[in-house]
Design a protein around this ligand. Structure first.
Ligand code: MN
Length: 424
């Protein structure tokens, strides 16, 4: 067991049992104190943020002999990530130690605590990384089957390549936004049945419940990452909402795939949970049949048991949970996705995001998009306020949550939220 994951660990910072951020998590993010004018690297614990740039200033990381201690004064995690996995681990271990209940060094230094610890209510979260590239996969067999059933052939829902490779497309990194950032309903070409295309705001705005991994190590042109070494290239994971305009998508996607129906916004959660923190929640992947080619073969527990929910909150109303899914349903693992992405020698860069694709389970209540939940608009959902939804309305907020739980330890991602404003 990784020492920092020990369920017995407790912190001198109070953490509620329902918090996503106990001392066993310690995810990394970029925060800005409301009173300050720039962001810096922080670690979340309970309802507080630990300022790593101040820990450096005050000498708490001296023993780490960091090659570049200025990485924590940055507005993105990329330079810290570039120091490598042994450094991420040493920093997480060091922060864990400082926060353990029987460690007086910071606990009993009131002056330092004032400079290092911020209540979450007094900070603003930024995008955690500069994202150079973003790929969206399509790796849930239930989701791909549902979409194939709706739009093609219920008896032959999966396309012939689907069980042989993790299908994906290149998304736009430029429109990735951090949780809490609102956006306007996008406009574009849509084609009403039997009529010529028109220019319109999307009438079928959807969410897609996804997770994404963040690349932790660059590769060079011509280099491929194997499934066996993939985890050395992965810094951690976030929740990911791949907002989708179904009507724009439907008209534009043939023959080259998703384009403007996707690239108007994609929302991620602000805290990157490390693979080390997720280690206790490994679970076995599904059996892949037919067997995959050698470069996609994996051994061991390559999936993670992470519970996921999606809620819709109309303006001024209570939220309604409309989906309960789990990351363990994924047919293709993150190892296979990275191996496939790089098999042709395409380089990946620190901070790149690789999203899973919509995560649906077998039950109708676990479908990860409105398209599936309301089955193409034929089964509208009823919310707590009595209103119904086939797709997302203006002023709705979509809230995604994810957490893993075992032996009384809850490792969570917090929230990934976004509010839809009327079209501009
Ligand atoms: Mn997607």
């Amino acid at each position: 067991m990784i020492a920092e994951n020990n369920p017995a660990l407790q912190s001198w910072i109070e953490v509620s049992s329902q918090s996503d951020f106990p001392i066993q998590n310690l995810p990394f993010g970029i925060f800005q104190p409301k009173a300050a004018d720039y962001g810096r690297v922080g670690v979340r614990i309970g309802d507080h943020v630990i300022d790593l740039s101040m820990l450096v200033e005050l000498g708490y990381f001296d023993a780490l002999n960091l090659e570049d201690p200025t990485v924590f004064h940055a507005g993105a995690l990329n330079d810290f990530i570039a120091l490598g996995r042994p450094v991420w681990r040493a920093v997480r271990a060091s922060v864990s130690k400082l926060l353990q209940h029987d460690q007086p060094l910071l606990r009993d230094n009131e002056e330092d605590k004032k400079q290092v610890i911020y209540p979450i209510s007094e900070v603003v979260m930024h995008l955690p990384v500069i994202v150079n590239d973003y790929t969206d996969f399509y790796s849930s067999i239930e989701h791909a089957t549902n979409v194939g059933t709706m739009f093609r052939d219920p008896n032959n829902a999966l396309l012939p390549n689907w069980r042989h490779l993790p299908v994906g497309y290149h998304g736009r990194a430029s429109s990735i936004i951090v949780s809490g950032t609102p956006f306007h309903r996008p406009k574009g070409q849509i084609k009403p049945d039997e009529n010529p295309p028109i220019f319109s705001a999307t009438q079928r705005l959807d969410f897609e419940l996804e997770m994404a991994f963040v690349v932790g190590k660059d590769t060079q042109l011509g280099e491929s990452v194997s499934t066996q070494t993939a985890e050395e290239h992965i810094f951690g994971m976030v929740l990911f909402n791949d907002w989708s305009a179904r009507d724009i998508q439907k008209w534009e996607y043939v023959p080259l795939g998703p384009f403007l129906g996707k690239s108007f916004a994609s929302t991620i959660s602000p805290w990157i949970v490390t693979l080390d923190a997720l280690e206790p929640f490994r679970t076995s992947p599904p059996v892949q049949e037919p067997a995959v080619l050698d470069y996609l073969k994996t051994t061991g527990n390559t999936n993670f048991d992470i519970q996921l929910t999606v809620a819709i909150q109309p303006e001024g109303q209570a939220e309604t949970i409309v989906c309960e899914s789990n990351f363990k349903y994924m047919y293709w693992s993150i190892h296979q996705q990275l191996a496939h992405q790089t098999v042709n020698g395409c380089p990946v860069t620190i901070g790149d995001l690789y999203a899973s694709g919509t995560i649906s389970g077998k039950e109708a209540s676990s479908y990860g998009s409105m398209l599936e939940l309301a089955w193409k608009g034929t089964k509208p959902l009823t919310l707590k306020d009595g209103t119904t939804r086939k797709f997302i309305q203006d002023h709705d907020t979509i809230i995604m949550r994810g957490w893993a739980e075992k032996e009384g330890v809850r490792i969570g991602f917090g929230e990934c939220t976004g509010k839809v404003l009327p079209t501009k």
